[in-house]
Design a protein around this ligand. Sequence first.
Ligand code: ASP
Length: 443
Amino acid sequence: MGAKVAKFGGSSVADALQIQKIKDIIRKDGDIRYVVVSAPGKRFDEDSKVTDLLYLCKTHIEHKIPYEQIFQVICERFMALEANLGVNVELKKEFEKIKEELEKGASADYIASRGEYLNAILVAAYLKYDFIDASKIIRFDEKGKFMEDLTNRAIADELKNHSCAVIPGFYGSRLDGTVRTFSRGGSDITGALIARAIGADVYENWTDVSGFLMADPRIVDNPKPMGTISYKELRELSYMGASVLHEDAIYPVRIANIPINIRNTNEPDDPGTMITAEPAKLEEGQIITGIAGSKGFTVIAIYKNLLSGERGFIRRLAGILEDHDITLEHIPSGIDTLSVVLQNKAIDGRLDEILDEFERQLKPDHIEAFEDMALIATVGYGMASRPGVSAKLFTALAEAEVNIRMIDQGSSEMNIIVGVENKDFENAIKAIYHAFVAHNAQM
Ligand code: ASP
């Protein structure tokens, strides 16, 4: 018998109907032995996620504003689930305990974690799987730093005793037993850690989309789904803003060489996207894997005669940024020019200060800052060692009358990043998609 770990996100556990779909999925695939659940998410657009409501309780308590009404809404959501799933897990006792902890000043992490905790108890009863509290197996040190080895061992030891189990995502415990959560969306990480510890055949991540799309559907009409993508390509695309999976969920499965399969709970027959260590086999005519991008960058262009021969220039430049606690995103360079790409978020209103410092310490001939820039990454192993790829990309952008302000090609040749003005962002993505994907499909 194989072993799969399946994580179901907030929309897949939003109500009893959704949870019934999980049962059907598991019935069809006996290999899904370990299930990780998020807290119930939104059932419709204006709805609230249980985790958001839990955090809201905490802020109310902190500001000494009555929180009981919000807590009641949360309790009612879980009671409705209990009734509609036809299980009895004595939720009332759980609510009393949580309320008691709230009144005693429980931490935000503890409060936020209760959504996953209660949901896992319910789903376990409904699936007739064991319930394992994540506090037992996901471990953090006293300072809240995640303990990788201890967690790996704790999961493997505990899961030996359970052939099938439901585990709440998102949280674990510190060595002193207090609850600690991952960052938001962290149930993805829990699933990945469990998959790694048991050496799963595959880590299925069930959500409400049938995998990754080759471009943002808000920009490109009906973009093609990606059948397979490698971890490295995914990393490039997620860095640029494509998001379905928590970034930290990739590492645990990647080192154990376990593929991740992104699936759709509402369309369980769709194969979804497979994320693997190896680059995907390309379809006939396929060159790129995907396009992603985001706005909100500043490019600082620095010109200095004989810059290329000046020792320590980049070290000094990096030092200035480090002093301001700013990460250097990209640094494309020419012979006597160099551009520094920074996130506006990181600059945080200190652009003049940084420019002054560059002037003082780097003594450039000329320095210019372009704010309101967007970066677009075109990613795919299919581009490597293939002549004409950049020509095609730049021609597409030229035809769309998009002015390229910056170009950066990774040495692995699996990505080309271009910097364009924010106003050209959507057009540029459409043009690239059309040139590489839509156009190929027509041929
Ligand atoms: N429920 C948590 C959140 O909303 C964690 C998760 O769903 O992965 O962020």
